[in-house]
Design a protein around this ligand. Structure first.
Ligand code: HPA
Ligand code: ZN
Length: 392
């Protein structure tokens, strides 16, 4: 159903190849695979290489099944091309493509500014409050499919505050959430964000977010979009106001721009978490501050490859970040646009040498970095421990 499955399968195949050549015997998945076949005479004769081929599907299944948290994913970026296409037809929106196939291939990213252009074209397809309700309900389905038990998701508020009256769109968001909660076993909190390339929208967005917070629909404020030319400092007053009203504060930084953007997000915006943040590695002093304060970094490997932030074929800097003692989490960012899924992000990391134990730790980090209170986190942790025991 989703493009993400394509990426998932590609990663799976690559992992099989890697398993064939390296036979990583340390993973619990392999231990249980060995136990499953231990009473079977024929299986006992399997060579170690044959057993290792079981590793990939086992690990993929285990990663898909494991209860997960996600804290950096955009509702619009998780909406598949087909849904946008249907909405565009229904709403008579002109697309820069004259067939579904052409529209799908329009979603091919080479660099950041192209991505922002595609993102804006896709968001234009969402023209009615019902479109938003549907996109939100489908988002629940998508998260539930991968057992993402808890999510904090972005909603690009700049693009909706100029289309709708606050109450009509807040009603639609509430109804999308209610439909999703009734049908799927997952919890989702929303963090609207300002598109930084339209800084004039920030006051209006804040007003909208505060209304939504009062109705229990939103928990925080973010800023995303074009980082080059739109530094964090442009949003200082709005963020100060947001903090005063008890909104949780996050910011994309250190993705298309280097360390100065992260310094601004931390020092000026007082961001509690950083979206991406991978370019902190360019500045050892910043790495030290992020490490000391344990500010969570919302890392999304496939997004970085798709947008050219990390060169394809090169290992993702997450390894260096973890080794530096940084607080890292794993996320899918815009899964439908980047043909990925949260499971696929973990598989990508497995392929690059992260062990099951390290992946599980990253998953725990992600849960710990959510804005849930301690009791809520503890509930999830209990449930997750049960999964660990049942899976081993
Ligand atoms: N970075 C900046 N803006 C975005 C992103 C991102 O990863 N995803 C959606 N809008
Ligand atoms: Zn993002």
């Amino acid at each position: 159903m989703y493009n993400s499955l394509v990426g998932h399968n590609i990663a799976k195949k690559k992992l099989i190849r890697r398993a064939r050549s390296s036979s990583d015997l340390s993973l619990p998945a392999l231990e249980s695979a060995k136990q499953d076949i231990s009473t079977d005479r024929e299986a006992e004769l399997m060579s170690q290489t044959d057993v290792a081929t079981l590793l990939a599907p086992e690990l993929a299944d285990r990663l898909r099944a494991m209860p997960k948290a996600e804290i950096h994913v955009h509702i619009e970026g998780a909406t598949d091309a087909e849904t946008f296409y249907q909405m565009a037809q229904r709403n008579q929106v002109d697309l820069p493509a004259d067939s579904l196939e052409a529209w799908k291939s329009f979603f091919e990213f080479r660099d950041f500014s192209r991505f922002i252009e595609v993102y804006a074209a896709a968001v234009k397809c969402l023209q009615t409050p019902e479109d938003y309700a549907l996109a939100i309900e489908r988002f629940y389905s998508r998260q539930a499919e991968e057992n993402i038990r808890y999510t904090e998701a972005f909603l690009s508020a700049t693009f909706l505050t100029d289309k709708f009256e606050d109450d009509e769109i807040l009603d639609a968001i509430a109804s999308g959430r209610a439909a999703g909660e009734a049908k799927y076993r997952c919890q989702i909190n929303l963090i609207p964000d300002i598109s930084r390339e339209i800084p004039d929208s920030q006051h209006r967005v804040l007003e909208f977010v505060l209304k939504g917070k009062e109705r229990g629909l939103f928990i925080g404020l973010g800023v995303g979009g074009l980082e080059v030319g739109y530094p964090p400092e442009l949003f200082a007053e709005t963020y100060a106001e947001a903090r005063k009203h008890g909104l949780r504060i996050v910011a994309h930084a250190g993705e298309a721009v280097g360390a100065e953007s992260i310094w601004g997000a931390v020092n000026t915006l007082k961001a509690e978490r950083i979206g991406h943040g991978i370019r902190c590695l360019e500045d050892p002093e910043l790495v030290e501050i992020l490490r000391q304060r344990q500010i969570p970094l919302e890392v999304s490997p496939q997004s970085n490859y798709c947008l050219g932030v990390v060169e394809r074929g090169q290992p993702h800097p997450l390894r260096k970040m973890v080794d530096a003692g940084l607080y890292c989490t794993v996320n899918s960012d815009d899964p439908a646009m980047f043909s990925t899924s949260l499971t696929n992000e973990y598989l990508t990391l497995a392929e690059q040498g992260f062990s099951w134990e390290e992946l599980w730790q990253l998953n725990l980090n992600t849960l710990a970095a959510t804005f849930l209170d301690k009791a809520e986190k503890d509930n999830y942790r209990l449930e997750w421990e049960k999964f660990l025991h049942s899976a081993s």
